[in-house]
Design a protein around this ligand. Structure first.
Ligand code: MNH
Ligand code: ZN
Length: 180
């Protein structure tokens, strides 16, 4: 996982729990007490361990922590890469463009990023179905990122996670309902 993801988690933890909490998490879960560099890749296990540490500290289930983090992460990614989103002026356009535009640009900007496969289809004016496939099984983070994208456009949405790789399904499926 790229350092930009770790840096966003650090920002979220420092904002909510303070620098001391982040340093304690690094003591426990980061082998060399790292300062993460955005463009550098670090082991996925390290991100999972840090997220698990946050879940334990806050007495929250890991999926909930990953969801909150994903929602926050969208803002970090959008702020770091404004040009990638420049042409995507609606929530619907952005969701349809995750694989074909956003992650294509990401693959040009980063050296060998590990990206998921995301397929989105418009069902009707108020519904989009999104399929998520990735060996990293970060579907709760993906769900949070979609909520973060809705925040970005001031749209209210609801997501139901109707299939899940964590329940032995082949892929995850989100039904996104637009309420505004
Ligand atoms: Mn995107 C990684 C989903 C928008 C840049 N992205 C991931 C991962 C998920 C994901 C899930 C974690 C890897 C995996 O599951 O295999 N991303 C989304 C979704 C949206 C999204 C659902 C919108 C909604 N992503 C964006 C935007 C940017 C971006 C916007 C930047 C402009 N994503 C990244 C980068 C990574 C990533 C960078 C990290 C890749 C790596 O660690 O190697
Ligand atoms: Zn899932």
């Amino acid at each position: 996982m790229k350092g930009i993801i770790f840096r966003s988690l650090e920002e979220l933890v420092v904002e909510n729990l303070g620098m001391g909490a982040w340093n304690a998490l690094l003591d426990e879960h980061s082998p060399e007490h790292r300062s993460y560099v955005s463009a550098v890749s670090y082991p996925d296990e390290e991100l999972f361990a840090l997220a698990n540490g946050v879940a334990t500290k806050m007495a929250l289930p890991l999926p909930e922590v990953l969801g909150v983090f994903g929602r926050f992460l969208f803002g970090s990614l959008a702020a770091k890469h404004p040009t990638v989103l420049a042409e995507l002026d609606t929530f619907e356009k952005l969701i349809l463009a995750i694989d074909s535009v956003i992650h294509v640009e990401v693959a040009k900007l980063y050296d060998e990023p590990n990206l998921p496969q995301i397929d989105a289809k418009i069902v009707n004016d108020s519904e989009i179905v999104v399929e998520y496939r990735s060996p990293r099984k970060l579907c709760f983070c993906a769900e949070g990122l979609i909520y973060g994208a809705a925040d970005h456009y001031n749209k209210q949405i609801e997501i139901s996670h109707t299939s899940c790789m964590h329940n032995e399904d082949d892929h995850c499926r989100f039904v996104v309902t637009m309420l505004s």
